[in-house]
Write a protein that binds this ligand. Structure first.
Ligand code: HEM
Length: 284
């Protein structure tokens, strides 16, 4: 559909096939897969603040591993896809003027929504993710998931920006699924492409409903009530964690007394740490 102006002897020119395949794959897995999980997780707010909080808790149970998981499976593949996307846009020629049929409109919309998605995702991360805190963002509190999101999304202008960003990103992914099938030679006949159109439409409508439903759900949260529920859940988790660590301490105290008992029946020269400890004490 487009002519490209990538010099053949450049890095991009020499590895165009592989880079394009990786770009295409990244759009589907992990970035597209993440988009699906993310929108469905957010839509759980329609089941109430507790339902959303328990899903957020599940994600945050990764603890210190979470940033690494985010960078490896989300941010880096997304950055790679976006950088490649901008290169494709800069070097490809949208030819909507020459042939105005549905395919060309979709081709141009794919590029336009990619750029909107980029701006939206950057802003969204700054506004809600803790990484945005130094610049006045980072408004999402994982211990008060629904209430903090509700406060951040409440202003009408913000809601409208979110609605635009969600629609653009979902369109980009759903239409991208169709073009991805062409890239990988999954649908080649006109009949198969037609069926793929239905698949894209189905995915687009489903994800659009989840994304916009989540937005509506967040906005309709009663913030004070949600805070109460979240605080109760937070305390319950702390008690559980405290209970578990107290139990663990009891276990380790029990283990120490067992090892002391067993060390008294171990033969001399045994390598047990209790014996080593005893020996070093004797030396002192
Ligand atoms: C949630 C974020 C995103 C997802 C899930 C996603 C997904 C996809 C998928 C599945 C494709 C189809 C690949 C193919 O045709 O083989 C695609 C194409 C494309 N994406 Fe993205 N993308 C995202 C963000 C972006 C961003 C931020 C940009 C930056 C501009 C971008 C630019 C493009 C472009 C230009 C294409 C069309 C390539 C072509 O037709 O040759 N995408 N995307």
């Amino acid at each position: 559909m487009a002519t490209t102006s990538i010099p053949e002897d450049s890095f991009l020119g020499r590895h165009q096939f592989l880079l394009y395949r990786l770009f295409s794959l990244a759009g589907f897995i992990p970035v597209g897969a993440f988009l699906i999980v993310h929108l469905l997780t957010n839509a759980s707010v329609l089941g109430g603040a507790a339902a959303f909080q328990s899903r957020v808790d599940l994600i945050h149970s990764l603890g210190p591993l979470l940033p690494a998981v985010e960078w490896i499976f989300i941010f880096i593949p997304m950055l790679f896809h976006a950088v490649m996307g901008f290169v494709i846009i800069a070097t490809g020629v949208p030819n909507i003027g020459s042939y105005s049929y549905q395919g060309n409109v979709r081709y141009t919309l794919q590029r336009a929504t990619g750029m909107i998605a980029f701006a939206f995702i950057l802003w969204h991360i700054t506004q809600l993710h803790w990484m945005g805190a130094p610049v006045g963002g980072g408004q999402f509190d994982p211990h008060h998931a629904a209430s903090s999101a509700a406060v951040a999304l409440k202003p009408v202008a913000i809601t409208l920006l979110y609605a635009t960003g969600i629609i653009a990103t979902v369109y980009h992914f759903a239409n991208g699924l169709w073009s991805m099938g062409i890239t990988w030679g999954i649908w080649t006949s006109p009949a198969a492409m037609q069926r793929a159109n239905w698949l894209s439409l189905f995915v687009g409508i489903g994800l659009g409903a989840a994304g916009l439903g989540a937005l509506g759900g967040m906005r309709s949260i009663d913030v004070e009530k949600a805070k109460e529920i979240e605080t109760r859940m937070y305390k319950a988790r702390q008690m559980l964690d405290g209970g578990i660590s107290a139990e663990a301490q009891q276990h380790s105290a029990h283990a120490v007394s067992l090892s002391r008992e067993s060390s008294s029946v171990m033969p001399a020269g045994s390598t047990s740490s209790a014996n080593k400890e005893k020996r070093s004490k004797k030396k002192d």
